[in-house]
Ligand binder design. Sequence first.
Ligand code: EZ4
Ligand code: CO
Length: 416
Amino acid sequence: MVNVESEPHGSRRDREIVAARVIVTSPGRNFVTLKIETRSGVSGLGDATLNGRELAVAAYLEQHVIPNLIGRDAGRIEDTWQFLYRGAYWRRGPVTMTAIAAVDVALWDILGKMAGLPLYQLLGGRSRDVVLVYGHASGRDIEETSAEVGRFIAQGYRAVRAQCAVPGLAKSYGVTRMKNAYEPAESELPLQTVWSTAPYLEVVPRLFERLRADHGREVELLHDVHHRLTPIEAARLARDLEPYRLFWLEDATPAENPDGFEHIRRHSVTPLAVGEVFNSIWDCRALLERQLIDYIRTTIVHGGGITHVRRIADLAALHGVRTGFHGATDLSPVTLGAAVHFDTWVPNFGIQEYMRHSEQTDAVFPHDYTFRDGCLHSGESAGHGVQLDEKLAARFPYSPKQLPVARLPDGTMWDW
Ligand code: EZ4
Ligand code: CO
């Protein structure tokens, strides 16, 4: 007979969830965080931020999830995941899966703290010494973008995503005047942008030709199409970019229909990355099983937490696909911390996106991960190593913001 009172990781009573709260804060941008507390006083944090739809997840947690958590054993991570997924009857979707992720990550954090172990150790231990990241360079033209890529290389980055303004368009995806970061959710109602495919398909190959001429072959270069092209246009771009050896071409065409990627594959060997808007293994399945992509971007906060994304990564490994987690600034430091631990463990790791958070955000979320020589290091503190300064957080009230929308020059709604 196991004496539960003498378990090294605390007794059932110690692990009982006694409180859970949603904290909404806006230190420069909106973040939703779930804090779960146990009877022993050990607490854990999970990120629940869904950019532009934040309060939907906050309400889902407060109204429909938290009442189910009180009294549960925080150590039953798998059972809680299954309860929230199967037990909801209405499966999947970004709101539900983000809420489940927040609970899951908070419970892994608690487990780590109770065991006195960093999260990567709980997952199976270190597979690598450092976690390679890519930064975001952009500019108003090719010249400025190349100078920005140079600035990233000078800061130690070994991989850089490059986006440049499309000639003739007032506002292009990924182009910012802020240093290091790009923050697209700028206004209470969506900013209207115009999209035009022809000048985009013309400028992007010229950009990468210039980047290779200026910065050589060694630096890894990436590009995000952000779902704007049709499959055959995407195939053409992927083929035109082949001489410049991209690390990946991201979201080349919307991925609801995996068949679109057959067209790209048929014409090009440029590696493809997809999945930041996916929320379950079922979204990823066909692309992985048919080996239509090379990197899977579905990350912890929008993909049902560590418990579920681990299954996505395992399925990806079977098909030669590596991870390349989404890591824009709308994913809170809690997600980045958890992701860096996951990246430290996952055998089929590829790269981690890294957009630095603002100083205000970093002050609200003190964290253990550090950037050095183009890589992130998880740190060795127990759990995921990210805290929330609730007093400071309270000084930044929620401020409604939505992502932009895009239309073609004739007014037709398009994918942003
Ligand atoms: O537009 O995270 O690769 N990164 C991206 C991001 C997304 C935002 C949406 O909230 O595509 O910039
Ligand atoms: Co993207």
